[in-house]
Design a protein around this ligand. Structure first.
Ligand code: MG
Length: 253
């Protein structure tokens, strides 16, 4: 079932989104060669807690039967796509790192991801990050009353592939509200499903995951970290978005 949010619920989601945005702002301030993803995790967690939020990723059960997710952010470096576990390895100049952050405020979720540059990165890495961000904005352009989920999927896929990259198939965007993952699924590629028609009050986490090479991925033996099979780079860009009667509203910036 797809939930339609009331004005009161949207206000709570704006607050959750604000908390996530502030945590990202802190990451942006701190990110530099030498810092570890564990340190970034601690900083983001402090922001979330100080603003009255609950980190929503911590303790998420493992879909493959491994340990629950142990941190408040996912930190995925270079060829890691999503669900990287923060660790003690210092980031290096030229790395790219995808940081995904989720927070709950009064029972409502916000969820957003960005790929950050560590110091100076290669022009190839920079272009991948830019195209990934731009593909989100192509997608959100379709997040309007009367459009369908597939219109979002198509816009993202076309833009990504036009630019010579591929979209991850194994993981998709999602509805969001009192649960982090609600219906509908929002693939970043066209499937046989048209998907439901969009209505005012739907809230969606639109999140292109874009690979430099092939879309195929593997899961590491920690049963969390998803990596590109070909070892090439991957980038991620996500916002929580509300469908309104006018322009779509981004709740996490
Ligand atoms: Mg998400």
């Amino acid at each position: 079932m797809i939930t339609i949010k009331s004005q009161r619920e949207l206000d709570l989601m704006r607050k959750a989104g604000y908390i996530v945005a502030r945590a990202h702002q802190r990451i942006q301030e701190l990110i530099a060669p030498g810092i570890t993803t564990k340190e970034l995790n601690k900083a983001a967690e402090e922001v979330i807690l100080n603003l009255g939020g609950i980190p929503s990723f911590k303790g998420v059960p493992n879909p493959y039967g491994g340990v629950d997710f142990p941190a408040s952010i996912c930190a995925s470096v270079n060829h890691e796509v999503i669900h990287g576990i923060p660790n003690d390895i210092p980031l290096k100049e030229g790395d790219i790192v995808s940081i995904d952050i989720g927070a709950i405020y009064n029972g409502y979720h916000g969820d957003a991801a960005r790929t950050y540059e560590v110091g100076a990165v290669s022009p190839e890495a920079k272009r991948l990050i830019t195209v990934t961000r731009e593909s989100f904005f192509k997608g959100i352009e379709m997040a309007r009353e009367g459009k369908r989920i597939r219109d979002i999927s198509r816009a993202i896929q076309q833009y990504v592939e036009e630019n010579g990259y591929s979209v991850v198939r194994d993981f998709v965007g999602h509805g969001i509200g009192t649960e982090m993952h609600e219906e509908p699924q929002i693939p970043n590629f066209v499937t046989r499903e048209r998907g439901p028609r969009l209505q005012k009050g739907m809230t969606l986490a639109i999140e292109p995951m874009v690979n430099e090479g092939h879309w195929a991925v593997d899961v590491l033996s920690n049963k969390w970290t998803v990596v590109t099979k070909d070892g090439k780079l991957s980038a991620h860009y996500e916002n929580t978005v509300a469908v309104t009667e006018n322009e779509p509203e981004i709740l996490t910036e």
